[in-house]
Write a protein that binds this ligand. Structure first.
Ligand code: GLA
Length: 414
């Protein structure tokens, strides 16, 4: 397992030193250290924006920063990123428009939503200086963007005395992402704000309630197999979201059930009953409504089966659900990629050949990025090596692997 590039306690402590070197006028005792984690999602993919269920957790990969408020006359934010070797530097009154793909656009989007929220509450935002570093691989599908937005929101609101509950933080984080340009659901943000060491959260994306679930992995662990960098393909993502919205509308009209506000309110029987209507409207409007709806209703049901399996400590039953989810995302929701399929196949081939029980599925928005792997902890090293070989042969490209631990999602480190 490669520990290369990990944020060690020394690296995190050095953020404080660097902040004081960059801004000698700051008082050392005002500096506070915060972090926000990258997330995994055990199951419940592409269900959040249909008000459905998911099962995320926060990981030990995170973005961390040293921050201090500054007594600016016109509040200014200056955040230096070590990873990108550049500064987000602007006045709160004049937040710049930055191009998509520029990390500073996330800081600007976050500043915009926090500015509105602070004004609504009548609390002035302080100027802020920060230095940040991260060991969440960019484009990895662990939601490095949500982590960055929540880090800034959490640090800045605390330094300014804007009191935000975890739920309010999550909703503001989502707004920042929308401001950035992706109409994401609330999975990533709720995963981070509710993340607790050793726990996953059963999240209801309608009520935003998160129920902590203690899981018994019985010697198994989660790994990430990383296929290739991707950016969330915003247009495809937004199109899936629209198909789900439209499918719910068709089900409501066809069944006369006024209570259907989103696919969350439908179930597999209802979708089967109105399959012809979904097909017809989809064909007319150039969308694929039936398979999208099938994925979402089955996936919601799978989340509840997964909770049962995990609480019973039945790792094999949970693993089988991961495979079902992968097939459904690939065939019905069409968000997989040849590399993601190759990685999942490589895990299954390794499992069959070595007799090591292991399972995998694509995770996150899709179109590239990570595969979540479940395997015995004592076979993790061998798996990474063998699956790496199989993946290389199948795709002529290098996969990267690491094990993940489940940690607190938002932390104040000192
Ligand atoms: C991305 C989005 C989330 C969620 C997942 C798919 O990570 O940011 O809101 O929709 O895709 O489950």
């Amino acid at each position: 397992m490669s520990e290369e590039g990990r944020l060690s306690p020394e690296t995190i402590a050095s953020l404080r030193t660097e902040l004081l070197e960059r801004h000698p006028d700051l008082e050392g005792e005002r500096v506070r250290l915060f972090s926000a984690s990258g997330r995994i999602n055990l199951l419940g993919e592409h269900t959040d924006y249909s008000d459905g269920f998911c099962l995320p957790a926060a990981t030990n990969r995170r973005v961390a920063g040293a921050f201090a408020s500054a007594p600016d006359e016109r509040p200014r934010i200056v955040v230096h990123s070590r990873r990108f070797a550049s500064d987000a530097d602007f006045c709160l009154e004049e937040i710049p428009e930055l191009p998509p793909g520029d990390w500073r656009r996330y800081v600007a989007s976050t500043a915009k939503v926090l500015r509105v929220e602070a004004a609504r509450r009548g609390v002035p935002l302080a100027g802020m200086r920060g230095v940040i570093d991260s060991d969440i691989p960019v484009g990895s599908g662990l939601s490095s963007s949500a982590a960055l937005e929540l880090l800034i929101l959490n640090a800045w609101s605390r330094l300014s005395g804007v009191e935000l509950s975890p739920r309010e933080l999550a909703l503001l984080g989502q707004k920042a992402e929308w401001e950035y340009g992706v109409q994401c659901g609330i999975l990533d943000q709720l995963a981070i704000v509710n993340g607790r060491k050793g726990e996953v959260s059963l999240v209801d994306c309608r009520t935003l309630e998160a129920t902590p679930i203690r899981i018994a992995l019985n010697g198994f662990c989660f790994l990430i197999g990383f296929t290739k960098e991707r950016s969330l393909v915003a247009s495809e993502y937004n199109a899936r979201r629209e198909e789900c919205r439209r499918a719910a509308e068709v089900l409501r009209d066809a069944s006369g059930r006024k209570d259907i506000r989103a696919l969350r309110d439908a179930d597999p029987e209802l979708v089967a009953r109105y399959a012809a209507e979904l097909e017809a409207v989809g064909a007319r409007e150039g969308m694929k409504l039936l398979p999208r709806a099938e994925h979402v209703v089955n996936e919601n049901a799978r989340v509840h089966r997964a909770v049962d399996a995990l609480q019973r400590g039945d790792v094999a039953a949970f693993g089988a659900l991961m495979l079902e989810t992968h097939r459904s995302l690939a065939e019905k929701f069409e968000v997989s990629s040849p590399e993601l399929d190759a990685m999942v196949d490589a895990v299954l081939a390794f499992s069959a050949r070595s007799g090591t029980p292991s399972w995998a599925r694509m995770m996150g928005g899709g179109f590239g990025g990570p595969v979540l792997i479940l395997a015995p902890a004592d076979a993790a090293e061998t798996l990474m090596e063998r699956v790496g070989e199989l993946y290389r042969r199948a795709t002529m490209s290098e996969g990267r692997f690491w094990t993940v631990e489940i940690e607190d999602g938002l932390q104040e480190l000192g």
